[in-house]
Design a binder for this molecule. Structure first.
Ligand code: HAM
Length: 446
């Protein structure tokens, strides 16, 4: 912009202040970074419902909370997730620490950090551990509905377990979470990508196969053909689809131990009554997996239909410099669960039980005391602040979603009563003795 533009136009200086033409400097308005969203108070109750339900399910299965940093050494993700993956090749937020030049990365996922922490603190030295975490992850993807640059995951990891019982347990946990949230239209896909030597044998077959179909490969596939041919199966490039369909299936070639593991998992799912589809093309976007992998998908969110994904990663601990440790885990995208809940018409609110309106100094003091006595009984109460007429206070009371308004003026102070007005049902207001307010208000709770 330039100062010769229309009057009132602003110049953005490098320091971020505007100069209103002919006026004093004014700071430019800053905005959230693209793909990184605010969760506003009206939206947060559905998030909290998801998080609360997840905490309950984690506890029900004996998973304990482990919190790892949002920033880790870049090498952790390069080694853990794999350098020929989309995440490591193009999606990481990586920067140099200004003080010592160390390369650091905002975590794109939680598993690598959790395994690092397990190794660093010898967590599985005495016994295996079931752990969970939740929080923000960062991937520099093209934002669209259900896909963001800062997003949030619920994550569970079973460290030091051979399976397949814990593999099945984790899928059952998710089925329980969907049930607790009332989610419909979700289905389960599973696959086995075998053990390392199975993949090595299959790798040679895949390279041979795709070399015969070189004419349909896009640039990504060309580059990965020798580095990571399994990832070609994940390509959405339309001309490659037929070659992908005809590609040799890894699950048909896995060795006896991986097959027995997979059969153990499917038998447990059958016994639990959990329906699944075996999808030989399910390869996941991170390289640490072996044996069973799975995804829960929905048709209701368009292209971003994966609401949870996971699998076994028995080789990851050794890759990160620890002792070998069998393990499996999963993560769910909270944004996608919230979107799906909204699609299904779910609402949630965090309205208080009572909103206290008051007029006069003595009434203001009584309002605080009455509110405290209700809070002593565990109720949520908002006391009007900021002055204004009783009429305007009642508008605020209504907008707060409270079940009742408690009105206190000089008359109430003199009588030692509160005027209780139900806000959500047609019922007359009445004078209530202070000692009875909590019980009467609670009788109107939603
Ligand atoms: P993932 O499949 O990359 O796996 O991510 C898990 C879930 O996170 C996805 O199914 C999706 O719901 C959500 N998600 C991923 N990327 C985005 C995004 N850009 N925007 C919104 N939601 C997203 C992992 O991250 C593994 N660490 C899972 C795991 C845990 N495997 C073993 N343990």
């Amino acid at each position: 912009m330039s100062t010769t533009e229309k009057p009132g136009s602003q110049v953005i200086s490098p320091r971020g202040s505007d100069t209103a033409a002919g006026g004093a400097p004014r700071a430019t308005r800053l905005q959230a970074v693209r793909g990184m969203n605010d969760v506003l108070p009206d939206e947060a109750p559905l998030w909290q419902r998801v998080e609360d339900a997840a905490r309950t399910v984690f506890a029900q299965y004996g998973y304990r909370n482990l919190r790892v940093p949002v920033v880790e050494a870049t090498a952790l993700f390069v080694r853990g997730i794999g350098d020929a993956t989309d995440i490591v090749e193009k999606e990481m937020y990586t920067f140099a620490d200004r003080l010592n030049g160390d390369s650091l990365t905002l975590r794109p996922e939680a598993t690598a950090g959790i395994v690092r922490a397990a190794i660093e603190h010898s967590l599985t030295y005495e016994r295996p551990q079931r752990v969970w975490t939740m929080g923000p992850m960062f991937r520099h993807e093209r934002p669209q509905k259900g896909r963001y640059r800062q997003f949030h995951q619920l994550d569970a990891e079973a460290l030091g377990f051979e399976g397949p019982d814990v593999d099945a347990e984790q899928i059952m946990m998710l089925a329980r979470l969907w049930k607790a949230l009332g989610l419909a239209d979700v289905s389960l896909k599973i696959n086995s990508i075998g053990d390392a030597d199975d993949r090595l044998r299959h790798r040679a077959l895949l390279i041979e196969h795709f070399e015969r179909h070189r004419d349909v490969l896009d640039a990504d596939a060309e580059r990965r053909l020798h580095a990571n041919p399994l990832r070609l199966l994940d390509s959405k490039h339309p001309p490659m689809q037929e070659a992908i369909r005809l590609a040799p299936r890894l699950i048909d070639r896995i060795g006896a131990p991986a097959r027995a593991h997979f059969e153990g998992l499917t038998a447990a799912l059958d016994a639990a009554g959990i329906a699944y589809e075996v999808d030989a093309r399910l390869v996941r976007g991170l390289d640490y997996y072996n044996r069973p992998v799975f995804e829960w998908v929905t048709g209701a969110l368009g292209a971003q239909g994966a609401i949870a994904g996971g699998g076994r990663y028995d080789g990851l601990a050794a890759l990160l410099g620890g002792k070998p440790m069998p393990a499996c885990g999963y993560a769910c995208g909270i944004e996608r669960l919230v979107l799906l809940l909204r699609e299904q018409g779910a609402t949630a609110h965090d309205a208080p039980l009572a909103y206290v309106a008051h007029a006069g100094d003595a009434a203001a003091r009584m309002a605080l005391a009455v509110a405290e006595s209700l809070r002593d009984r565990g109720h949520a109460v908002v006391v009007h602040a900021g002055g204004g007429s009783l009429k305007s206070q009642m508008k605020r009371a209504d907008a707060s979603g409270a079940a009742v308004a408690l009105i206190i003026g000089d008359d109430e102070v003199a009588a030692g009563t509160v005027t209780l007005k139900p806000l959500r049902v047609a019922a007359p207001q009445s004078a209530v003795a202070v000692a009875d307010v909590a019980a009467r208000a609670a009788s109107y709770a939603a």
